[in-house]
Write a protein that binds this ligand. Structure first.
Ligand code: MG
Ligand code: MG
Length: 246
């Protein structure tokens, strides 16, 4: 859970590779591009940086990215569907470099925010909630402070947290202790310590609904067919704030 300065330096490098992959993915995302093309691009870039796609083979997951369109919540398997203008696309990616992992996710409106302002507002609110959580990820605060900040931003926006999906510790394993919930009570829960590496990742629905797993055994979708969105940062708790790796 707590990492040494040497380990943190490797995680920073994993994070840099992750950021480069995300920058290239954002350039490639446009109407007509398929999810599998994005996955192949990500894998090529990760391996070219002497890193490994953390998701590929993780508990049998078949791809380097998780891609979620519109009503898909998490763990979507990239396939040959073409992106359409106005799609709400969440992309989650993991990069393992020298044994340590950077795990982060972003969301875009395919073709630009103006193609679907309602979805753009939704995505921006989830991003703001993530950043509100990151602001509380300071040594001496608690996990409840992070969860409360995320929850307040989501609920003030009129959206809904899927409480079964959580952030987590990260490092040699994709999911380490502790669970980082997207809801909570200020001052409650574990006290955050310098050197703790965590992922904060609100997973949010536009309407009050639940999630169910598709027959592929991975893809989670909303029960009511309305939109879901994920944003995620990984980083380290310091005395002065959350240093974001990716
Ligand atoms: Mg994660
Ligand atoms: Mg992730």
């Amino acid at each position: 859970m707590i990492k040494t300065e040497l380990e943190l330096e490797v995680m920073r490098q994993a994070g840099k590779i992750h950021q480069q992959v995300v920058a290239e993915l954002k350039k490639a995302i446009k109407p007509g591009v398929t999810l599998i093309e994005l996955d192949q691009l990500a894998e090529k870039l990760i391996r070219a940086a002497d890193a490994i796609p953390s998701f590929k083979g993780f508990q049998g997951f078949p791809a380097s990215l998780c891609t979620m369109i519109n009503s898909e919540v998490v763990h979507g398997i990239p396939d040959d569907r073409e992106l359409q203008a106005g799609d709400l696309l969440s992309v989650d990616c993991g990069v393992t470099f020298n044994g340590l992992i950077a795990d982060a996710a972003f969301t875009v409106i395919v073709g630009g925010d103006e193609t679907n302002p309602k979805r753009a507002r939704f995505s921006q609110t989830v991003k703001k909630a993530l950043l509100a959580g990151c602001d509380k990820a300071v040594a001496g605060n608690t996990l409840g402070d992070i969860g409360y900040a995320v929850q307040r931003a989501i609920e003030n926006g009129g959206y809904h947290i899927l409480k079964e999906f959580t952030g987590h510790g990260v490092g040699y394993e994709m999911h380490e202790d502790p669970y980082v919930l997207n809801y909570g009570t200020p001052g409650k829960g574990m006290t955050l310590k310098e050197g703790m590496t965590i992922c904060i990742e609100p997973i949010v629905t536009i309407s009050k609904t639940k999630s169910k797993t598709l027959k592929d055994g991975w893809t989670e979708v909303t029960v009511d067919g309305k939109e879901a969105c994920q944003w995620e940062h990984c980083g380290v708790i310091t005395k002065s704030g959350f240093e974001i790796f990716a």
